[in-house]
Design a protein around this ligand. Structure first.
Ligand SMILES: O=C(O)c1ccc(O)c(O)c1
Ligand SMILES: [Mg+2]
Length: 626
């Protein structure tokens, strides 16, 4: 089995694309014709470049508008194909994709198409080449893999096979199990792509919104299982037409491609253990149990200010690291570290991003198995575990954006972290914050899919549909991910005029912008916070005027919400209370939430009003927001 990537999936000129695909560790590359024609490198030289970088060319594509044409178009199509066969000889590629015809003059008819493709197969075979036929979801006569297969079956030529593409099958809602009846050796190639569930013209959806397998909402695992069940064991190749990918960082997207492929094959193997192929073996994805701690990187000068921000939220100083300049702040089950070391990862984070979250530590069932899975999925885990003599070696991984994920478990070593690495003193109850409810990470919108892929492939996690949040400066898209006790909200900012976008610009890259803490009694917490000097974000009167009529809240409850600037939301599962701190000058803020019943949301309906209020505060503090 070979893992490949189509050049159309990433940004750059052909040379840059090949470098990125090779560096990501894929086995092969599929040359999209436009990339070749646009290049000033000769086909022979391209072939050499590919092989020199350790890759092979898995496919040349697409050859369009071929089958079912009347003369003289038919003869011209064959002449065009012969020219492409010459080119493939120079490239050193033996498989060409023919996609189903869109030409207005094309005629239907299974036998006519089968005859044309049979002849093309014969001509290809005479040069030692092969042809694969793919049904485009918007093909004029052929738009279903079952019809494409019937044509290939009737053409009955060894050099002609079928190309399957998860997008075309899944976007049309075709039962993937129909693939299981196709003999595996008649499938010549498999394209993989996912997409969000948006109801729109399929050609437009395909050309702009495809994404890597597992990044969207289609059942690409079911598709892949059906393909594997046929015995197919050749190439799997993401072919992603995506507006963000075209302008993204090629190396990152190529890396995502490999990660998506490996996680996809792993998911298929777990769902269907009897599959005949040798598939990548890695530890199972685990559910996170809890957030064990968060570490902020700061300078010694800035530590008092951050400490005061924590103290105003009810945190108490609870001890220090035995050998490093790291202080521990506690409340309920929550542990927050402030690291002011002048070397190591935290220091680097501070140098690059200023005061910001440098590590997220997660409690998992088996930390070293998570680290192994991450490595198998291409995460860098080697130099991440910094520790002094006599201190615990806590497994860690580099996550995206330069942060570290630290992994703790209940094994005999790691469960001793607080007694071994810290001198801890007891604290009182603070303001009643019990645990970290969720962590809000802000990134550029075009990086958001990479982040969600990272978390959802590493852990046993579910993602919620993306919601649009309107900031007066632009759109921010928000994606919630949950794995057991870990809830994340990824906020993708489209520009730097939004509150989130401004934060990315100021911190020079993606980072944690907010931490939400849970309480069991928002009003008791609110009173205690007031006593601690918590600076709460004030919502406008218009918000409360609307809230009053939105839900039938009792008068006294509503009055308290308004007086204490607590936001409210409701869904079938229960109610949700939110209270925000004013943002710091750097844009970081805290949120306090109470979930009643099974409320699983994040107050998306309130987000635009909260953001507008935050912008007012930040502008008053001198942050240059329009
Ligand atoms: O959008 C297209 O035209 C196109 C071309 C080739 C493919 O393999 C495909 O899936 C789509
Ligand atoms: Mg395709």
């Amino acid at each position: 089995m070979k893992l490949s990537l189509a050049t159309v999936s990433i940004a750059g000129d052909l040379r840059q694309k090949l470098e990125a695909i090779a560096a990501a560790g894929l086995d092969g590359v599929e040359i999209f014709e436009q990339d070749l024609i646009a290049s000033d490198v000769s086909p022979r030289e391209i072939g050499r470049m590919v092989r020199d970088s350790g890759l092979e060319i898995t496919l040349f594509q697409p050859f369009r508008d071929f089958e079912g044409l009347p003369e003289p178009l038919r003869s011209r199509a064959f002449a065009r194909a012969e020219h492409k066969f010459d080119l493939m000889g120079e490239l050193g590629c033996d498989l060409m994709l023919v996609c189903s015809n869109l030409h207005p003059a094309a005629r239907g008819g299974v036998d006519r198409s089968a005859a044309d493709l049979r002849e093309l197969g014969e001509r290809a075979a005479s040069r030692g080449l092969r042809v694969g036929y793919e049904a485009l979801a918007w093909g004029r006569y052929v738009n279903d893999h079952r019809d494409a297969w019937e044509i290939v079956r009737r053409a009955d030529h060894p050099a002609l096979g079928l190309v399957l593409d998860s997008f075309h099958t899944l976007a049309r809602g075709i039962d993937v199990d129909t693939i299981r009846q196709i003999p595996g050796d008649r499938i010549f190639y498999v394209h993989l792509a996912d997409a969000p569930k948006i109801d729109m013209d399929l050609l437009y959806l395909s050309r702009h919104f495809r994404c890597m397998p597992l990044e969207g909402e289609m059942d690409v695992v079911g598709f892949t299982r059906a393909v594997l069940a046929t015995g197919y064991d050749h190439v799997f190749s993401p072919e992603i037409f995506n507006d963000q990918f075209r302008g993204g960082v090629a190396g990152v997207i190529a890396h995502d491609g490999l990660r998506a492929l490996k996680a996809l094959l792993d998911a298929a193997r777990r769902a269907e253990p009897d599959l005949p192929q040798r598939l990548p073996v890695m530890p199972a994805p685990q559910q996170v149990q809890d957030v064990a701690f968060l570490e902020f990187a700061a300078s010694a000068e800035e530590e008092p200010d951050l400490g005061a921000f924590l103290a105003r939220a009810g945190f108490e100083h609870a001890g220090r690291h035995v050998s490093k300049s790291v202080s521990l702040w506690r409340q309920g089950e929550i542990n927050i570290l402030i690291n002011t070391e002048n070397k190591g990862h935290a220091h680097l984070t501070w140098v690059n991003h200023g005061t910001s979250v440098s590590e997220i530590a997660l409690q998992v069932p088996d930390a070293s198995a998570v680290q192994t899975r991450a490595r198998e999925l291409g995460a860098d885990a080697d130099d991440a575990t910094e520790h002094g003599p006599g201190e615990l070696a806590i497994p860690a991984l580099h996550s995206l954006g330069g942060g570290l994920l630290r992994l703790l478990d209940d094994g005999p070593e790691l469960r001793r972290i607080w007694e071994r690495d810290f001198a801890v003193q007891p604290v009182s109850g603070g303001a009643g914050l019990t645990r970290i409810d969720h962590i809000g990470q802000t990134m550029a919108y075009d990086e958001m899919l990479s982040w969600s892929l990272y978390y959802t492939t590493l852990f046993d996690a579910q993602k919620s549909p993306i919601v649009d949040v309107i900031d007066p400066g632009g759109l921010v898209r928000s994606q919630a991910i949950r794995s057991g006790g870990l809830r994340l909200t990824l906020n993708g900012a489209e520009n730097h005029r939004t509150f989130a976008g401004r934060f990315i610009q100021d911190s020079l890259g993606a980072s944690v912008q907010h931490v939400a803490f849970g309480t069991d009694d928002i009003f008791a917490t609110s009173a205690k916070l007031a006593a601690c000097g918590f600076e709460r974000l004030r919502l406008g009167a218009n918000y409360y005027a609307d809230l009053k009529t939105r839900f039938g809240l009792p008068e006294d409850l509503f009055a308290r919400l308004e007086a204490e600037s607590i936001l409210y939301d409701e869904e079938e599962g229960g109610s949700f209370f939110q209270l925000f701190s004013k943002p710091r000058r750097d844009g970081l803020f805290f949120e306090i939430v109470q979930r009643d019943g099974n409320h699983a949301g994040y107050g998306a309906a309130n987000a635009p009003y909260r953001i507008a209020a935050q912008r007012r505060v930040s502008r008053a503090q001198g942050m240059p927001l329009r």
